[in-house]
Structure formats: C-alpha cells, structure tokens
Ligand binder design. Structure first.
Ligand SMILES: Cc1cc2nc3c(=O)[nH]c(=O)nc-3n(C[C@H](O)[C@H](O)[C@H](O)COP(=O)(O)O)c2cc1C
Length: 187
C-alpha cells in the first residue's frame, strides 16, 4: 500500500474473544489509505522494532489507538510500544517536530457501562477522568488530540449498538480520507 495516511495501532490481548475491537479493526482494513497494524500479532514476544514503528508513524497523518480499556488504561503491549517508540529527541523535546500536527485518535471500549463511571458508582469518577495520561502523551509529542470514540458497556452491547458504533468509526475514517492530504510534517 503506498503511504497509508491513517495508521491504526490495534492492540487486543485476546482478539479471538473480541466482539467489538475486532470488528472495528476489520472495518478499518476495508479502506484504502488505512494501515491496520496488529501489535499483538506482530510482537507476541514484546520485542518491538523501534525503527520500523517510527517509520510507520512518520508517514501517517492520523494515528488511531484502537484497543479495549484494561485497568483504566491501555493493554500492556501498547504501553511497551509507547515506552519504546516515543523516545525523547525523536517524539518530543526541544525543536523536535517529528509528530507535530499528526492526529491522535483514541478508539476504545470499556466493559462497564457508562453509568458505572460516576461518583459513588463502581469506578468512582467519569471515564474522562482516566484520559489525561493519553491526552498529555499526545500533547507532549505535539499531536492533535481528537475527541475519543468510545463504546461503553461493550460486554453487554447489542448487535445493533455495535453495528452503529462500527459504522460511525468507518464513516469518520472515510471522512478523513476525503480531506486533502497534508504536508507530512503537519496537518
Ligand atoms: C484484564 C482486564 C482488565 C479490564 N479492565 C477494564 C477497566 O478498567 N474498565 C472497564 O470498563 N472494562 C475493563 N475490562 C473489560 C474490557 O474493556 C472489555 O472486555 C472490552 O472492552 C471488550 O471489547 P472486545 O469485545 O473488543 O474484547 C477489562 C478486561 C480485562 C480482561
């Protein structure tokens, strides 16, 4: 594929059991201009090819982080990816512009329903209260934080709700691909 504009970093530790993220990954794969990079398939031993990952990031305009929420955060391989790939002097730091202006789009699912993410309920606070580490990672790297696409209550979601969520994701990717390609160093 010549220079896909969208890089989807797909991280699901148990993809064979996935009802939703797997469908989202398939929807993204159906589009020209999107590269779905399955991290657990590529790096089952957690040894990440940093140069390869940095090259993939450099040529993308939009980076999608697609995964289930695990312990209020990202799956462990994706955290290892962040630790290994977003290096000082390359991803951030004085005069570093590698990732500046690229979109950072968080596309995640939670097992628990949205109303359990409230004061006094099971998770104690709104789901958005768990997002600052993601958002600040984007900002530190000069990336544009886009409004996350979230499906709550994934484990009990109806087929209709899943279909609607997947269709909205697909449409948003198409919409992005319809825009004029930006300079690789900034959108
Ligand atoms: C180890 C582990 C940790 C999890 N942590 C959370 C969590 O912090 N909050 C939550 O709402 N769901 C949590 N879940 C549920 C997953 O987010 C849920 O199963 C997933 O989003 C469903 O997506 P899928 O159908 O693509 O697998 C956790 C699941 C596992 C196995």
């Amino acid at each position: 594929m010549p220079n896909p504009r969208i890089l989807v970093l797909y991280a699901h530790p148990a993809p064979h059991r996935s009802r939703i993220n797997r469908r989202l990954a398939d929807a993204a794969r159906s589009l020209d201009g999107v590269l779905v990079h399955d991290l657990y398939e590529t790096y089952p031993d957690f040894f990440i090819d940093v140069a390869r990952e940095q090259a993939l990031l450099e040529q993308a305009e939009l980076v999608v982080f697609l995964h289930p929420i695990r312990w209020y955060s990202m799956p462990s391989l994706l955290k290892e990816w962040v630790d290994s790939v977003l290096l000082p002097g390359w991803a951030y730091g004085p005069d570093v512009t590698t990732l500046r202006g690229k979109g950072y789009w968080l596309v995640v699912t939670t097992g628990s329903p949205e109303d359990s993410y409230q004061p006094g309920e099971r998770h104690g606070q709104p789901f958005e209260a768990f997002l600052p580490p993601f958002e600040q990672t984007a900002r530190l790297c000069g990336m544009d934080w886009l409004a996350p696409h979230i499906l709550h209550g994934a484990n009990s979601a109806s087929i209709e709700a899943i279909d609607t969520h997947v269709a909205a994701f697909h449409a948003r990717l198409e919409q992005f691909l319809d825009t004029t390609p930006k300079d690789p160093h900034g959108i």
